[in-house]
Write a protein that binds this ligand. Structure first.
Ligand code: ZN
Ligand code: ZN
Length: 417
């Protein structure tokens, strides 16, 4: 276990056969410390890697992978869309935190040059290991890996979601056979409210603000969340003046290009046709000066990006609203806004109305248990990518309800499966 042991972020699991020096690495991502510096998983020598299997392009799963290319050229495997969006995410991180990173742009290029893209549903062979790629339902292009070791089959979930959204269908877990399941447990303590109810309230809130003569800022992650919101708005509020800004524009174009990964392409195309990508600062100013606009802009936690610009102009008018649609980490302006009504210590009170809606792309607690239940021949559950509370809560539930043993390894632990 190299990372994501009893913590969320910096996923990294080295999987190997007992008497084989070499193995596969499942994800290699980063976390950020409270001073915003990247934190890496534990080290594994690149000479031991048969391949690096990346589940999706969130930085906590892909962000550390270029590190291996400083001195070596291991094979990296991911879906085409994960490679394309991952490149964009890593480039953005190099721009913002390059100073703290132990790799640079050439290492990213080398990683992409040594990559092999796989399709969802495909089975590939890497140095005598059979690896099957399954849909994880988390974000477009995200996948799970089913690795056939000598006597056992291991399923690694990456980040997983079981509900259908406009961007992706729920994970393909029903009836999958695996003796060992390595599963994320981000939301082991909570259930999410039903998505349809969240959407209803969200749309109702937006309509109310517009009718009142206000404008709405929706700070959103640029990858997936922004496009999910835009597709929802294309279905429910096609008549509204809706804009999207920052990297959300690039991801929108990429998703339309790789539309085979998108569940409701029709709605994404509708959003692209009806709504406007913000082109320049003049357009940005105009959006802020007129009432009745909705703008979807990163960053999701109001930490930089065009959202930080919009909130300064829209946040101090009581007619407007800030509608948060992403998880808000502690010590981000978004969390400060929710808890204290300000963006920073000593800053002025935001006068716009503030709302938060749960559009999570992770399975909630009950759904995680259902994922475990749906796996055939399961003997052991390995819980990762969750707080200590979260992994043990899910683990004991699974033991009690399904009679399946679990382990919750810490970083640095080796476990026999
Ligand atoms: Zn993720
Ligand atoms: Zn994750």
């Amino acid at each position: 276990m190299l990372g994501a042991g009893r913590e969320v972020g910096r996923a990294g699991i080295f999987l190997t056969l007992e008497n084989d020096e070499k193995g596969v690495l499942l994800d290699y991502g980063i976390a950020f410390d409270d001073q915003d510096r990247p934190v890496f998983p534990l080290h594994v020598s690149p000479s031991k890697l048969k391949a690096i299997l990346i589940t999706h392009s969130h930085l906590d799963h892909i962000g550390a992978a270029p590190l291996f290319y400083v001195s070596a050229k291991p094979l990296v495997i991911a879906t085409k869309l994960t490679l394309v969006t991952g490149k964009l995410m890593i480039e953005d991180m190099i721009r913002l935190s390059g100073y703290y990173l132990p790799y640079e742009y050439p290492e990213l290029v080398s990683m992409l040059e040594n990559s092999k893209d796989v399709g969802i549903g495909e089975t590939i062979e890497v140095e005598n290991l059979q690896i099957e790629v399954l849909n994880a339902g988390h974000i477009p292009g995200s996948c799970m890996y089913r690795v056939h070791l000598k006597s056992k089959t291991v399923l690694y979930s990456g980040d997983v979601n079981t509900i259908d959204t406009r961007l992706v269908r729920g994970a393909d877990v029903a009836g999958v056979e695996a003796e060992v399941l390595i599963m994320e447990s981000t939301y082991g303590l909570f259930n999410h409210p039903p998505r349809s109810r969240v959407e209803e309230k969200f749309v109702e809130t937006l309509r109310m603000v517009l009718e009142d003569g206000g404008s709405v800022l929706i700070p959103s992650f640029s990858l997936a969340r922004a496009q999910e919101i835009l597709a929802l708005l294309a279905e429910k509020m096609p008549y509204a003046n809706i804009y999207y800004d920052g990297m959300a524009r690039d991801i929108m174009t990429i998703y339309l290009e790789y539309s085979e990964y998108i569940n409701r392409v029709d709605l994404l195309k509708k959003a692209y046709t009806l709504f406007d990508a913000v082109k320049d600062s003049q357009m940005r100013k105009k959006i802020c000066n007129e009432p009745g606009n909705i703008v979807v802009a990163p960053a999701g936690m109001l930490k930089g990006g065009p959202a930080a610009y919009y909130i300064k102009r829209l946040g101090f008018n009581p007619k407007n609203a800030i509608v948060l649609v992403s998880f808000q980490s502690p010590s981000t302006p978004g969390r400060k806004l929710l808890t204290d009504g300000v963006l920073e210590e000593g800053g002025g009170f935001v006068k716009a109305k503030v709302f938060w809606f749960d559009f999570s792309s992770h399975a909630g607690a009950d759904d995680l248990v259902k994922v475990v239940k749906s796996i055939k021949n399961l003997e052991k559950l390995v819980l990762i990518h969750g707080s200590e509370d979260s992994v043990y809560t899910i683990g004991y539930r699974v033991k009690e309800e399904l009679g399946i043993d679990f382990v919750a390894p810490a970083n640095g632990d080796s476990i026999a499966i």
